[in-house]
Write a protein that binds this ligand. Structure first.
Ligand SMILES: [Fe+2]
Ligand SMILES: [Fe+2]
Length: 339
């Protein structure tokens, strides 16, 4: 049967106002990203299959249980925000008609982060029913832990608000430099903890999560290699500030937070140290203050070498004796980095 060909030609469909996820297309510019997406599908693992039976809360003292739950609750401020953060970034990438492998890689990261979030849930609730916040503290130490977690999530909430309203405010290369810093931080953290953890289920979890984070880092680096050469000076300056923001934000889990951005009560840090000491004593694999600083410094030096290759100045991080550009105070709207 012949098609209906209108006299005077076909009527062009109306142009779709952008940003929009339509029209559907699958543009590929970066083949290596498509390969990483394939790899990430094959590397998928199931957190439910970890040997959770070996997480017997009774192997820990009461303080240690609280400390371990507290550490995972601090981690959750970062790792458990991953699914929503990358899900939103995935939608954003579709609306902006980023090339297909970028959208796919965002989705793959969201998928992985859902596993990391699940591990946080299983670890916290396996050791402390009702954790992180749905339980009633009965001692001074418990009240301190519960209150600190409440304050942490208050800050997580501020970060989420800033992030979700700022999507689209920054070009991809700026966002990805922040993501890259987050992935360097997380792969460093989990590698260190996998080496040190005594409980086999935690060791396994850290190893697997660390592997995912290294793949996320690879995704970031591939995108940046492509996007960095076109950076304007203005965007370079933005990145310099973002790198400092990454340090400020991520130090909460990698080391200790500096004063900027974090809105915390004056007793927070003292109690944080007490709780972290209990987690450390439980053999969770939390490095001591000095080794954390050393690791964090090494990770940041790595980021610095990468960005300086592209003529991006590095911010001063006097907390770790790293000199660089003074970018002023970091506020909530400067924070993008995720795990
Ligand atoms: Fe993660
Ligand atoms: Fe990640």
């Amino acid at each position: 049967m012949p098609v209906h060909a209108p006299e005077g030609g076909f009527w062009p469909a109306p142009e779709i106002p952008q940003p929009n996820i339509f029209p559907i297309e699958w543009r590929v510019e970066t083949g290596s990203l498509a390969e990483i997406y394939e790899k990430s599908k094959r590397a998928l693992w199931n957190p439910a299959d970890l040997p959770w039976g070996q997480l017997d809360p009774e192997q820990y003292t009461h303080e240690q249980k609280l400390g371990v739950m507290y550490w995972w609750s601090v981690l959750a401020n970062f790792d458990a925000s991953g699914p929503a953060v990358f899900a939103r970034a995935t939608i954003h990438a579709f609306e902006q008609h980023e090339e297909d492998p970028i959208r796919k890689c965002f989705f793959a990261i969201a998928r992985d982060e859902m596993n990391h979030e699940e591990v946080c849930r299983r670890a916290i609730q396996g050791i402390w029913p009702g954790g992180p916040l749905d339980w009633t503290p009965k001692s001074e130490l418990e009240r301190a832990a519960h209150n600190n977690i409440g304050w942490l999530y208050h800050n997580g909430g501020r970060y989420w608000n800033g992030y979700s309203t700022s999507l689209g405010k920054y070009p991809l290369a700026v966002m990805f430099t922040s993501f890259m810093m987050g992935e360097v931080a997380s792969s460093t953290l989990f590698r260190g903890m996998a080496d040190n953890a005594q409980n086999p289920v935690f060791k396994e979890a850290f190893t697997r999560i660390g592997r995912d984070e290294s793949r996320h880092l690879q995704i970031c680096m591939t995108i940046l290699d492509k996007d960095w050469p076109g950076l304007t000076d203005e965007n370079k300056a933005l990145i310099t500030k973002q790198l400092r923001a990454g340090f400020v934000f991520l130090s909460m889990i990698l080391w200790e937070p500096p004063g900027q951005f974090w809105d915390l009560p004056p007793y927070f840090l003292d109690n944080h140290r007490v709780l972290m000491a209990h987690a450390r004593e439980a053999g969770l694999g939390v490095l001591d203050y000095g080794r954390q600083a050393e690791n964090w410094k090494k990770a940041i030096a790595y980021v610095r070498r990468i960005v300086e290759r592209w003529g991006i100045e590095f911010p001063a991080i006097p907390e770790l004796d790293l000199d660089g550009v003074d970018v002023g105070d970091i506020d909530v709207e400067d924070i993008i980095p995720v795990f």
